[in-house]
Design a protein around this ligand. Structure first.
Ligand SMILES: Cc1cc2nc3c(=O)[nH]c(=O)nc-3n(C[C@H](O)[C@H](O)[C@H](O)COP(=O)(O)OP(=O)(O)OC[C@H]3O[C@@H](n4cnc5c(N)ncnc54)[C@H](O)[C@@H]3O)c2cc1C
Length: 397
């Protein structure tokens, strides 16, 4: 049994930020990081973006987060199976036990699977660096890859691999790629880029059944049509990995419930990142699956593990890059909401405001507009005092 002053379950982006946050206040306290992943923490967004689009983006310089600089001790390739809150220990699948004074749950989420298919060399749920390495082999071999899912990760992977030798079929439940997030004209322009790059689109369709064959994967769609591909990437989103916390008797709703200081209902146990449901200062209770949140909340959790007792008051942004397009956004970006569009150049450069039924701004999309997320946060913070006619011109590219 190894005891740590600070023990982190999960070795992703939160783990890195938290270890650094701890070190801002405590130079020596021992830090342990237990992770299912076989790699030390890395910048996950690179797996679907820069590693495909920027030949100078090296693993060692740009992707590996070098968390070892904090002096944290790693146990990789290990799954934590139980927490004993009374004894302040955790147990791993291989039977080892580790003690803690302060525990951080940073388990992120488990990717949703496709019906009939389990992860394999040809069925990738695309969350980890191992998945990236396998997809790189497939793209280099000019494989036919089916990407399934209508979210930004599926879109980015499609763009990444079609520009690197793969033939890609994108299966998207939305009628238009991007249709669940963007206003109609913008979604059409967005989708056109996929067509221009030779992506075969199967929009408005879901996978009913998948089968892995000797040399590939067969997908049957909900209209009865069939796609035979060398491999499939499932971009179906994640379920927050809350089971460990629930089994330990901690309160779990959409995620592990934490206070504004990121504490669970046990005053030795914190949670942060994709797995945590927290009270956002501007947007209210929510769980966020984005890197800005992982980094800022992770850092704050680390500081609070080391007794800072500070409120997490950062409202996170998110971003995506696809072909030559990119955006940053704050708050809710959903085509179910009403929009006010403010384009400098239609569907090329501009701002989209998302409003609820009471005409209150709930989200801001900055399309090819950079360094304006603080202004977007200000709009959201002042939303109750803003009417739709006051929005155009409020944020200028
Ligand atoms: C391909 C990809 C691209 C992305 N691109 C963007 C982007 O462009 N913009 C953006 O804002 N966000 C993006 N994200 C999301 C962002 O990376 C996540 O929000 C962030 O990584 C969350 O950090 P986390 O530490 O909470 O979870 P993760 O980074 O997922 O880490 C969780 C860790 O916990 C481990 N774990 C889970 N359960 C256990 C257990 N029981 N025992 C031990 N270890 C366990 C996992 O193996 C993993 O190492 C992307 C994600 C992916 C996968």
């Amino acid at each position: 049994m190894t005891d740590f002053r600070y023990l982190i379950v999960g070795g992703g982006m939160v783990a890195d930020a938290a270890a650094r946050g701890i070190r801002e206040l405590d130079a020596d306290g021992s830090i342990g990081i237990l992770s299912e992943d076989v790699d030390r923490p890395y910048a996950r967004p690179a797996l679907s973006k820069k590693l495909w689009t920027d030949p100078d983006f090296s693993w060692d310089d740009k992707v590996d987060l070098h968390t070892e600089e904090t002096g944290a001790q790693f146990v990789l390739g290990t799954t934590v199976t139980a927490i004993d809150r009374a004894a302040k220990t955790v147990t791993t699948a291989d039977g080892a036990t580790h003690g803690y004074e302060r525990l951080l749950l940073a388990t992120g989420g488990k990717p949703r699977g496709l019906p009939g298919l389990s992860p394999s060399e040809r069925v990738l749920d695309y969350r980890s660096a191992s998945d990236y390495r396998r997809l790189r082999e497939l793209a280099d071999a000019g494989a036919h890859v089916a990407v399934v899912g209508g979210g930004y990760i599926g879109q980015e992977i499609t763009a990444g691999i079609v520009q690197n030798g793969a033939r890609v079929t994108l299966v998207d439940p939305d009628e238009v790629v991007g249709g669940r997030m963007f206003p109609a004209d913008l979604a059409q322009a967005f989708q056109q880029r996929f067509i221009d790059h030779g992506v075969e689109l199967r929009t408005g369709r879901r996978v009913s059944e998948g089968t892995e064959t000797a040399d590939g994967v067969r997908l049957t769609l909900d209209d009865g049509s069939v796609i035979d591909a060398d491999a499939v990437v499932a971009g179906l989103g994640i379920e927050p990995a809350t089971q460990l916390a629930a089994d330990a008797g901690l309160t779990v709703r959409d995620g592990i419930v934490v206070t504004s200081t990121l504490l669970t209902d046990d005053d030795s146990v914190f949670a942060a990142g994709d797995v945590a449901e927290y009270p956002d200062r501007i947007l209210g209770t929510r769980r966020v699956e984005h890197v800005d949140n992982a980094q800022q909340q992770g850092r704050q959790a680390g500081r609070n593990l080391a007794d800072a007792d500070e409120t997490y008051d950062h409202t996170p942004m998110f971003y995506s890059d696809v072909f030559d397009m990119g955006y940053e956004a704050v708050g809710q970006v959903s085509a179910k909401l009403r929009t006010v569009e403010d384009w400098q150049d239609p569907t090329v450069t501009g701002v989209v405001y998302y409003l609820d039924d009471d005409d209150t701004v709930r989200g801001v999309l900055l399309w090819n507009v950079w360094d304006k997320t603080d202004e977007a946060r200000k709009v959201l913070a002042e939303a109750n005092a803003l009417t739709p006619d006051m929005l155009p011109g409020r944020i200028t590219p």
